[in-house]
Design a protein around this ligand. Sequence first.
Ligand code: PLP
Length: 396
Amino acid sequence: MDKSQAPHIDTLLQHTATAPFNPQTGSAPVNLPSMRASTVRFQSLDALEATQRRKAGGERAATYGRMGMDTHAALEQVFCELEGGTHAYLASSGMAGITMVMTSLLSAGDHALVADCVYGPVYELDAALLKRMNIELTYFSAGDDLETLVRPNTRLVYVESPGSLLFQMLDLPALAAFARRHDLVLACDNTWGSGYVYQPLQLGAHVSVVAGTKYVGGHSDLMLGAVITNDADVAKRLNRTQYAMGYSVSADDAWLALRGVRTLPIRMAQHARNALQVCEFLATRPEVARIYHPAWPADPGHALWQRDCTGSNGMLAVELRLSPEASRRFVDALRLFGIGFSWGGFESLVQWVTRGELARHRYWTGGDHALVRLHIGLENPRDLIADLAQALQAAA
Ligand SMILES: *Cc1c(COP(=O)(O)O)cnc(C)c1O
């Protein structure tokens, strides 16, 4: 099909994961059901062996339940369409997806360059597992000269853009050029963009990893990860490791993700609109020292965001000219924002970010200021702004 005639992703998301027609009745339910299975049965040994041959030829042909059946296959297809990838591998959480990337692409004695703004638990993975495997990570910040950090045993560049906590935009095409120059794999945590407003593979990355837990699921009711690539060699390595490590996702969770993803386009757009309205309010407040949100024109990453992103979402961080005690009072006074981690669901959340978490991010220059991270949900922004205003009042 001519590229200009290919359906838009908004259209694809409404016409994917539909149930096939029953050949006898000529009818079908709209949605593919949750196909729960621990194993697959075959009509004959011939049928089993034919499936094994198709599998050996690289097809997604299930002979056992662990990799999942049609529901899983449909979700893998969705992740490929979102990210512009050729292969997707599911994991039981976003974090498990990150572990799949690291353990697939790194071996004992290898070195990786990792952006210091990555999801916090990646530091735990490093300390708890990678160090024991004799894999060494060097954390870098945007602006560092990677040419001086790369080593003969460097294999991987692992980043998150925009970064966790402060939403710092990285120059992904520049990182991709660097990776290609040194024959490294570039992997990017794309939970922020979720394939809808940011597409690392199109910007030159080899691997995109997404916590489907967040915007793809969209309803704060499931845990899921996906690793997507368009590189055949990387796909082979991910596939082998996924199989060997016993990664598995419940069909019901895959089904919930399929149900959630149909509304990803309208949810994401509304989160982004609401977040910008909240930014406009926050910018008028003397307590607010700085807003971290790349779609906000005053954010230093705004130009990169304009160049590389096709939209935004509900995530922002607010640097407050408040003492730790006052900023805690602000968080406790909020009524519409749940105090908690995570994001990407329909509801607003607030996270009080600790000094320890911030210390890793060299992008942070706020000194003694407090930082709260907000997820702006699908509530009416007028109510969210009123809630923020009363909580700032209560903090003072
Ligand atoms: C939440 C999150 C993850 C981890 O996803 P889980 O499903 O909670 O394990 C990874 N990366 C980012 C950026 C996240 O926000």
